[in-house]
Design a protein around this ligand. Structure first.
Ligand code: NIG
Ligand code: FE
Length: 403
């Protein structure tokens, strides 16, 4: 395959030290699935055999978005629970009464493969329409070997069917299934025993857990992480979302790729994450939808040099959003990120939270994953909110996908 030239664009490369890594009148040279050359058009190397050329008419180009934390495969919805919460019930109370995650487990187990797949596919298409080219999907609504396997297989199938990279995360330690009521440790024995079988089937890229009063204790999470470590699998953690459990320190001790949520993160947690090089994945959708008031310690994360990512956390209970751009906006308005930090959070740092170094920037050698926007300046991506999708074209692994 010959080279493809994408020219006449303003590039937000997010590479190098300049703000946004901005290149005016830039061009990208794509060789198969990889970027061969990125720079100002005037400096384009001569004598190359360019097979196809696209004039982008001055549009903005960014790396493809990386949504590094979602629970995209599930049955049912939780609109009724939303009503209850608005009447005063808390997320924790609903969970303790057997609703919450458990109600989605019931709906997911009851749904057919095709129902789950079609619903997840529609959600993925909505994310892709706003520029997503890499997507993480967690299990955690199956909570049995059969149903966790089903969720992970469907996630893999989504990645095979769509022009999109899907990374799968095993989250059996999300909640206690009803058949293990009062036997959390027995459940974790089972969940740890399922992991090697799922991994042997090629279904697991990383392992996650919900470390919380309504989830699992650090001591319990440690067992799951040890099972992951025995298989050489990286870990990440839903940590300090509703209370400070010290989960981040535990995860850091296992060299976690990321700790996610972090509203209640302590100073010790920040320091542990900095030492371990773990990414802080901020989830403004869940903060907003659960009407939380405690903010993640963004300034302390910055000061400690912890990379910050932003994701949708798409799930039916705490963040039923399918708009990555709205999350960029909320990361700025609710958490105080700069628009550039927010975009880096959903590109280069999102990729890092998945252990992927080959994407998230526009630079030679990176995957040719990029999005073309009807926007003058990259700050506009975080500026608008709700409706009017400015994404015009998306290229994944060098191939433009049909609109
Ligand atoms: O990331 N906190 C735990 N897990 C999800 C919510 C899952 C649910 O409520 O269904 C989250 O917020
Ligand atoms: Fe989550």
């Amino acid at each position: 395959m010959g080279l493809t030239l994408w020219r006449n664009a303003r590039l937000a490369t997010l590479d190098g030290q300049a703000p946004w890594g901005l290149i005016e009148r830039g061009a990208l040279l794509v060789d198969g699935a990889v970027l061969r050359w990125v720079g100002a058009e005037a400096e384009l190397p001569r004598g190359l055999a360019v097979e196809a050329e696209h004039d982008l008419g001055g549009c903005l180009v960014t790396p493809g978005l990386v949504d590094c934390h979602t629970h995209l495969v599930y049955g049912g919805d939780r609109a009724r629970e939303f009503e209850l919460r608005l009447q005063g019930a808390t997320y924790e109370e609903i969970a303790r009464a057997g609703g919450g995650i458990r109600s989605t487990v019931q709906a997911t187990r009851a749904a057919s493969d095709e129902q789950l797949f079609e619903a997840a596919r529609r959600r993925a298409l909505a994310l892709m329409a706003e520029g997503v080219t890499t997507l993480e999907i967690k299990s955690g609504y199956g909570l049995s070997l059969e149903h966790e396997a089903r969720m992970l297989r469907l996630a893999r199938r989504l990645g095979a069917d769509l022009p999109l990279t899907v990374r799968t995360t095993y989250l059996a330690a999300h909640a206690l299934p009803p058949e293990f009521e009062g036997r959390a440790d027995d459940y974790l024995d089972a969940a740890c025993a399922w992991l090697p079988r799922l991994h042997a089937e090629g279904l697991v890229d990383a392992v996650d857990a919900f470390c919380e009063r309504i989830g699992f204790t650090p001591a319990q999470v440690r067992r799951v992480f040890e099972a992951a470590r025995a298989l050489g699998l990286p870990v990440k953690l839903h940590a300090e979302q509703l209370s400070d459990q010290g989960g981040s320190q535990l995860a850091a001790g296992f060299g976690a790729l990321s700790c996610d949520h972090l509203e209640y993160l302590s100073d010790d947690g920040v320091a542990a994450m900095a030492r371990a090089g773990a990414v802080a994945v901020l989830l403004p959708g869940a903060f907003y939808f659960l009407r939380e008031t405690r903010l993640p310690p963004v300034e302390k994360l910055r000061a400690a040099g912890v990379p910050i990512a932003v994701a949708t956390d798409h799930n039916p209970g705490s963040s039923p959003t399918l708009s990555p751009l709205l999350m960029l906006n909320m990361a700025c308005t609710l958490f105080g990120l700069t628009p550039e930090e927010a975009l880096r959070g959903m590109t280069v740092n999102g990729a890092r939270a998945l252990g992927l170094a080959d994407r998230g920037r526009l630079a030679a050698g990176q995957r040719a994953d990029f999005a073309v926007w009807d926007a003058e300046h990259p700050a506009a991506l975080a500026y608008r909110f709700g409706g009017g999708n400015p994404c015009r074209r998306v290229v994944a692994a060098g191939i433009e996908r049909a609109p």
